[in-house]
Each structure stands twice: as structure tokens, then as C-alpha cells.
Ligand binder design. Structure first.
Ligand code: CA
Length: 230
């Protein structure tokens, strides 16, 4: 898989390219928005790392243009602008993730991996784990043939956990995703949703479980024997 790095700091771009290479990705580097346009018109990239301060313009204008072209590849903004407004506007313009400089390149690689594992809109929005299937467009959850009567937030929670299957999702991340950055839910709101989701999975004899990793977060994994649900 090939990643496009749009970054005018050549040293940083080189460092990212090197680490991508070490983790099995190919990459191309461009240092202007104009070259980035040419690159994405030529190559079908698996993901894009985008700096916002580019010599010939703003990375956000490029991002808007990219989405207008109907290109749905994951975009990770890596920028020195790290105010809340910058983040929000970046995500609104169609970025999938936002990393503030200075960042560790390991962190960047980890997030790119996570983005590329996500099913893209172009591939349809159906994902599954064990006998659980979620259609994100219809907000419908099935266990086997049975449709679960889940509420929107419960569906969103299950969706999030399935996308991160077999990995611990930090509690704060779950809160951000479910309640947004302005969320002022009381601290046990998440527990309530987790409890409801578990209950429904158990009742429907799902072959996945949600494990609470104390003090860290939650992890969904497959378990062929639903009777083990705790
Ligand atoms: Ca720059």
C-alpha cells in the first residue's frame, strides 16, 4: 500500500517515509499543494499525511478539493496548528484524524494503520465481528439473522469497538467519539452504554464479548462460546 506525504519540511517527510518503509508501506513525498493534486490524480493512494502550512497554499483547501473530487482515502492531518478550532475545522473539511506537531513518528504510523483498517465509504459501510454485523448506513445491527433493537449511541459504540477489534480502545477516545469534544456526560455514561451493549449481545448469543480493561478502556474480541459472557 502506498501513502502520499504532503509536507514541505523535507527532513520530517523523509523521516516519515523511512518509518513507513520499515513498517511495510511504500510512500511518495510532495512539498506543495499543487504537486499533491497531481500526485492523487495519478496514483490511487491508500492514505495521505497532510501538513497544513504549505508554500503554495493551505492544506485545508487541498483537502476540500480532494473530497470534492470524490476521493475517499483516509487523510491524517499532521500540523503545528493544534488549537481546538483547527482540529475541528480539519475534521469538518474531511480529515479522518489530526495529529499536532511535534508528534512521535511512531504515533503517526500507528494512527495511519488504524485509519487504513477502517472500512471506507466506497467499500460500503458494513462491518462484522463473529456473528455480529453492523450496517452503519442503516444503523442496523444483526446477530445472525436477528436484528437487535439498538439505540443510535449503542450502535455507534459497537461500531467503534468492532473497528478496533482485539485492541483496547481508550475510554477517553470512546467518550470523544460518542459524545463529541464538547461532551459533558457524567463519568459513568459510558459504563451504562457498555452495559446495555453487553446485555444485548449476550441475549442474542453473539460470539463477541466486550472486555473492560480496568483504568484503560474497552476491548471487543471474538469468543465462540457466548455462555462465557461475564
Ligand atoms: Ca509546513
Amino acid at each position: 500500500m502506498r501513502v502520499l506525504i504532503v509536507e514541505d519540511n523535507r527532513e520530517l517527510a523523509q523521516l516519515i517515509a523511512k518509518r513507513l518503509d520499515q513498517s511495510g508501506f511504500e510512500s511518495d513525498r510532495v512539498d506543495t499543494a499543487d504537486l499533491a493534486r497531481q500526485a492523487v490524480e495519478t496514483v490511487d493512494y491508500a492514505a495521505l499525511v497532510l501538513d497544513l502550512g504549505l508554500p503554495d497554499g493551505d492544506g485545508l483547501s487541498f483537502l476540500r478539493w480532494l473530497r470534492q473530487q470524490g476521493k475517499a482515502l483516509p487523510v491524517l492531518i499532521a500540523s503545528a496548528r493544534n488549537g481546538l478550532e483547527d482540529r475541528v475545522s480539519g475534521l469538518r473539511q474531511g480529515a479522518d484524524d489530526y495529529l499536532a506537531k511535534p508528534f512521535s513518528v511512531d504515533e503517526l504510523i500507528a494512527r495511519l494503520h488504524a485509519l487504513m483498517r477502517r472500512p471506507r465509504k466506497m467499500l460500503g459501510n458494513v462491518l462484522s465481528a463473529g456473528n455480529v454485523v453492523i450496517d452503519s448506513d442503516k444503523h442496523q445491527v444483526n446477530v445472525g439473522d436477528r436484528v437487535l433493537p439498538m439505540r443510535l449511541r449503542e450502535t455507534a459504540l459497537l461500531d467503534l469497538l468492532i473497528r478496533h477489534k482485539n485492541r483496547v480502545v481508550p475510554r477517553r477516545y470512546v467518550e470523544d467519539q460518542l459524545f463529541g469534544i464538547d461532551g459533558d456526560q457524567d463519568s459513568n455514561a459510558i459504563e451504562v452504554y457498555i452495559h446495555r451493549v453487553r446485555r444485548q449481545l449476550l441475549d442474542a448469543q453473539a460470539t463477541v464479548k466486550v472486555h473492560n480493561v480496568r483504568g484503560v478502556g474497552y476491548m471487543l474480541f471474538e469468543d465462540k462460546n457466548p455462555a462465557n459472557m461475564n
